[in-house]
Design a protein around this ligand. Structure first.
Ligand code: XUL
Ligand code: MN
Length: 344
């Protein structure tokens, strides 16, 4: 069963527990030590921000960046791991303070695209052809501060330059409606794929759907995934959980809403996701209260819950489902689902 699905996470998913109200509570774990944990936790691929792979890349030449990324590729090979994607981290640099691609400052927009070219170089050196665009600050705190019509054109222009820079690179847009901004420009997968259709090569632009982000948009994550799957555009997922409309919690998958988690797994099964060879990413964070020695449990637990739900989806009595649908008896179907989840 476990062989069907392959799992990934990013080094940021093992973290020190700092939040906006307090400092780190666990010691920092260096990157090489984190890499050694992947296989033990049951994971096969690493998700990268550009500077997870090449720290302080702003001070380095393109050749130096590629060389450093090639060293990281050797580390991956040594652990039997592969890189899933590289995400340009525009949101921590002063030039990205008002968004990169949609900044009002032309020099900052140029910087954002140049920085993304470096992310492409890193992806190539790491052996992946996928970038992820989480468009952190591409939006506004104050609606009057940007021309939103123009901002969408800026997004298309930036993606076009990246698609032209490397004819093999693909971009998975990770939509999120808010945080850090009041409102972000591509809040849902519908927005993301509409923008993708306007680029010079729509076949190379798809999506990554995160559970928490869909919930923050007031949408059902499994339906967001189904929308992308129906177009062959679900290129990765960030499974996690979220307890209502609040900050992006990145809770353990299934920990807040087991039924919604079941439906996300069900839609991945219905869409034949394992056969695509794509990874199941778990963008989960340990609670701040978690002690250092057990601050990776959230990753292993999310995977365990995912696999248990695969079993649940596969063992759901299909004849009951068919009969309930034929009878249009959705109350009976709902009870059957809940009883199945409860093991009754
Ligand atoms: C932000 C988020 C990020 C991206 C990668 O909410 O989910 O972790 O997934 O930068
Ligand atoms: Mn994410």
């Amino acid at each position: 069963m476990a062989a069907d699905y392959r799992f990934s996470f990013g080094p940021w998913n093992i973290h020190e527990g700092a939040d906006p109200f307090g400092p780190a509570v666990r010691p920092r774990i260096e990157f090489a030590k984190k890499l050694a944990m992947y296989k033990q936790l049951g994971f096969d691929a690493v998700q990268f921000h550009d500077d997870d792979a090449v720290p302080d890349l702003e001070g380095l030449s393109p050749a130096e960046i590629t060389k450093k990324a090639a060293e990281v590729k050797k580390m991956l090979d040594g652990e039997g791991l592969v890189a899933e994607f590289v995400a340009p981290r525009l949101w921590e640099n002063p030039k990205g303070i008002d968004g990169g691609y949609t900044s009002n400052c032309p020099e900052c927009r140029r910087w954002a695209v140049e920085r993304t070219f470096r992310a492409v170089d890193i992806a190539n050196a790491l052996g992946t052809n996928m970038l992820v665009f989480w468009l952190a600050r591409e939006g506004t705190y104050v609606r009057e501060s940007k021309n939103a019509i123009q901002a969408h054109q800026h997004l298309v222009d930036a993606m076009n330059q990246v698609l032209q820079y490397d004819k093999k690179i693909t971009i998975a847009i990770e939509p999120k409606p808010n945080e850090p901004m009041d409102h972000a420009y591509l809040p849902t997968i519908g927005h993301a794929l509409a923008i993708a259709a306007r680029t010079v090569d729509p076949s190379r632009v798809g999506g990554l759907i995160e559970t928490a982000h869909a919930l923050l948009a007031g949408l059902d994550p499994s339906d967001e995934m189904a929308f992308a799957l129906s177009m062959g555009k679900l290129w990765s997922v960030h499974l996690n959980d979220q307890n209502g409309l609040k900050f992006d919690q990145d809770k353990t998958f299934g920990a807040a809403n087991l039924r919604a988690a079941y439906n996300q797994v069900r839609v991945l099964e219905l869409g034949g996701y394992p056969a695509t060879g794509r990874f199941v990413g778990l963008d989960v964070k340990a609670m701040r209260t978690q002690k250092a020695e057990s601050a990776t449990r959230h990753l292993a637990n999310s995977r365990t819950i995912f696999l248990a739900l695969v079993e649940k989806v596969r063992s759901f009595p299909k004849d009951v489902e068919r009969q309930c649908i034929a009878d249009r008896d959705y109350e009976a179907l709902e009870l059957a689902v809940i009883q199945h989840l409860l093991g009754k």
